[in-house]
Design a protein around this ligand. Structure first.
Ligand code: FE2
Length: 269
């Protein structure tokens, strides 16, 4: 597979329109809707927020690494469940046959290989809703904060399942920012999950670029690339599917929030 490695090394991201066929976008959206329809939240709604780590103490989050769990928007109050969810995570790719098939497409395996992942392990998947009107912002961060290996190898594969643009909260990134250090780690400390500053270097001064992505576009993100997304204040959803891959050759930190003792992560095969 031909990959613009010069752009990857320069920018820390790739935007590949038309990567996922419409039929596969449909399949993921339909399957997510089925999972949601079969989900009964009961009285407790677990909120996902990147600003407030209140969820950090929540067992649901900590134990979602090898499960399929549902997380609500902060601003969701009286919305019905299908319009109130922030995301489903974090082992869709291993536990659900439809997500498994799309996550392990040969084209994705080939791309991971072309980017230098020698022993790719699919550690985490998320179905991101970014709901109309209430879809929350995701603050500036590096994915290696959450999935730390030595050396850093985590690579994000983010697929637009709806057209993502400036109005409905597409990704934004700081081109070249992946050449800076890892700033923070989100890790286990005993039973708690904590955020810890490991390097106080500010984000680079680079103007952010909006990674607008028509449906089916794959955005590849270097694990150290600073990126974010604005809230969705539009009337349109912005569904996306994100898969995170690390290299099994690197040491996966034993205090990463996501541990999979009962179901070790597998590769693309
Ligand atoms: Fe991210």
């Amino acid at each position: 597979m031909s990959v613009d490695l010069a752009a990857w090394q320069r920018d820390g991201f790739l935007v590949l329109p038309g990567f996922l066929p419409a039929a596969d976008c449909d399949a993921l959206q339909e399957r997510a809707a089925e999972l949601v329809a079969g989900y009964d939240p009961g009285p407790a709604r677990t909120v996902f927020s990147t600003r407030d780590q209140g969820h950090a103490r929540d067992r649901t989050f900590r134990e979602s690494g090898d499960a399929i769990r549902f997380f609500f928007e902060e601003e969701a109050t009286d919305q019905p469940v299908p319009l109130a969810l922030n995301k489903i995570g974090h082992a869709l790719h291993d536990l659900d046959p439809v997500f498994d098939r799309v996550s392990r497409r040969p084209e994705l395996a080939a791309l991971a290989g072309a980017l230098g992942l020698e022993r790719p392990l699919l550690v985490q998947s998320m179905y991101l809703f970014k709901q109309p009107h209430i879809g929350g912002e995701v603050g500036w961060h590096q994915d290696a904060t959450y999935l730390y290996t030595r050396p850093s190898t985590v690579t994000g594969f983010w697929i637009a399942l709806d057209d993502a643009d400036r109005d409905n909260g597409c990704l934004v990134a700081l081109p070249g920012g992946h050449r800076g250090p890892l700033r923070q780690r989100f890790r286990r400390r005993g039973e708690a999950l904590v955020s810890e500053t490991v390097d106080a270097t500010p984000w680079p001064d680079t103007p952010p670029v909006a990674l607008e992505a028509p449906r089916g576009t794959l955005v590849v993100l270097h694990g150290l690339l600073p990126h974010a997304s604005a809230p969705n204040r539009s009337g349109r959803p912005r569904h996306a599917y994100a898969l995170h891959v690390v290299d099994g050759k690197a040491d996966y930190a034993t205090d990463n929030w996501l541990q999979r003792p009962n179901r070790p992560p597998r590769g693309f095969a």
